[in-house]
Design a protein around this ligand. Structure first.
Ligand code: CTP
Length: 408
């Protein structure tokens, strides 16, 4: 299994400066900003005056929660704004970049905040051009591009297709998700789940006895939430189906809150059709009271009902999804107190999973803790992980799930 822990561990939150220039594709910069933020990047935006004809700075201010710079003298508190912006950025990406701005930067012209910042920046500069095909193929534009590439500027190639002006040819801004992936690669952040849909279950389920009492399992939800968060950071479209937990929903994740096992199954089945990878990390209650009383059971009058609760089996969500998986990759957990690996392997077969993450549970082991000691069990392989944070275990699970998925 690839050792990607170092790749995923980003010491400080990286900052990307997104430059937006005056082009019909400027609205797509919003998607680029969101994609970068989803990967855990802090984003700041600098715009040309012309760009504001297409998208207002307020839009970017709302998306980034950062001031948005347009004019050289916009920030009275910072008279050398172009220098501070340049110094803050780990990568400066101009997307979309017009022929005019490419020409200015190629020739060292710095007559507004964006081009001045480009000249002042020492961090990697990336350009995603967007323009009419004839402007793009013009010898002047090609020469400017050549000059910039010679200086180490990385281009994210425009694609071919119908252009806003009605022409057909190269000049369409690259797909925003490809731009995000290219920028993240430059930052050394994996974005290898882009284009995949991941469904995660997390937390316990609660099975009502009456309106105030219920049966449940121990589960903080931390493991499942870590998987959902990591998958979103790595570019996946994530649905998290969560039982009641005291955790904030991870940003950029579609979170569906449920209470009972049957509700969890229903929510999973709704998301399952479009899913590529399923990770069942929930501690689903195996049994539920056959009847949930409509009113609170009273000790004095309902002693019989309180002392003898008749239980029926809940649906097994992992086994149900596993049996219907088709080309999907299905990951489950095995919470065991004894014979961890043998029990985990039995669950791999019984629940039609591609991967079982087996761990020993009990008092002060796994439940509620921030660390986990897990064995990844697959049909033809077993990987014993050292004790590590649940966040790192989440990355390893996703590495392995992706490798299995690519082999299908
Ligand atoms: N699981 C599930 N639905 C259930 C029970 C379990 O989806 N009704 C899933 C869990 O999310 C986990 C895996 O099945 O991924 C194994 O859960 P675990 O509690 O270890 O096993 P059980 O199936 O409950 O088996 P046993 O109690 O016999 O160990």
């Amino acid at each position: 299994m690839p050792d990607s822990t170092a790749q995923h561990a980003v010491a400080k939150q990286p900052t990307v400066l997104v430059g937006v220039t005056g082009c019909i594709a400027a609205y797509k910069s919003c998607e680029i900003v969101r994609g970068l933020q989803k990967a855990g990047v802090r984003v700041k935006v600098v715009m040309t005056e012309h760009a504001t004809e297409f998208v207002g700075p307020t839009t970017f201010r709302a998306l980034t929660h950062e001031p948005v710079a347009v004019g050289l003298f916009d920030d009275p508190s910072d008279p050398i704004h172009h220098i501070s912006l340049a110094q803050e950025a780990d990568v400066f990406v101009i997307a979309p970049c017009t022929a005019n701005v490419m020409a200015k930067i190629a020739n060292g012209i710095a007559d507004d905040l964006l081009t001045t910042t480009a000249l002042a920046t020492t961090s990697p500069l990336m350009i995603a051009p967007a323009m009419n095909v004839h402007m793009y193929e013009n010898a002047a534009t090609m020469a400017n591009r050549g000059k910039l590439e010679m200086r180490g500027v990385e281009f994210i190639e425009a694609s071919e297709g119908y252009l806003a002006c009605g022409d057909v040819g190269r000049g369409r801004l690259a797909d925003p998700s490809d731009i995000v992936t290219a920028v993240l690669a430059r930052l050394g952040i994996a974005h290898d789940l882009a284009g995949l849909r991941v469904l995660v279950t997390a937390g316990p389920t609660v099975e009502p006895i009456d309106p105030v009492r219920y049966l449940t399992n121990s589960s903080s939800g931390k493991m499942g939430y870590a998987v959902a968060e990591a998958a979103a950071r790595r570019g996946a479209d994530v649905t998290l189906v969560s039982g009641p937990v005291a955790l904030q929903p991870p940003s950029g994740v579609h979170t569906v809150r449920v209470r009972t096992a049957r509700d969890m199954l229903q929510a999973c089945e709704e998301a399952f059709k479009d899913t590529d990878i399923v990770v069942c990390a929930a501690a689903v209650a195996d049994m539920r009271p056959e009847v949930a009383a409509a009113s609170k059971l009273k000790k004095a009058t309902d002693a019989e009902a309180l002392s003898t609760i008749h239980l029926v089996e809940n649906p097994d969500i992992l086994a149900t999804l596993g049996a219907a998986k088709g080309r999907r990759t299905v990951v489950g957990f095995a919470a065991e107190t004894d014979d961890v690996v043998a029990n985990g392997r039995a669950k791999l077969e019984k629940k039609y999973a591609d991967l079982i993450v087996a761990n020993e549970v009990g008092y002060r082991k796994t439940f509620g803790e921030d660390t986990n000691t897990a064995v990844l069990i697959m049909a033809d392989e077993e990987v014993t992980l050292p004790t590590m944070s649940k966040r790192d275990v989440a990355e390893r699970i996703l590495d392995q799930a992706l490798a299995l998925h690519e082999r299908k």
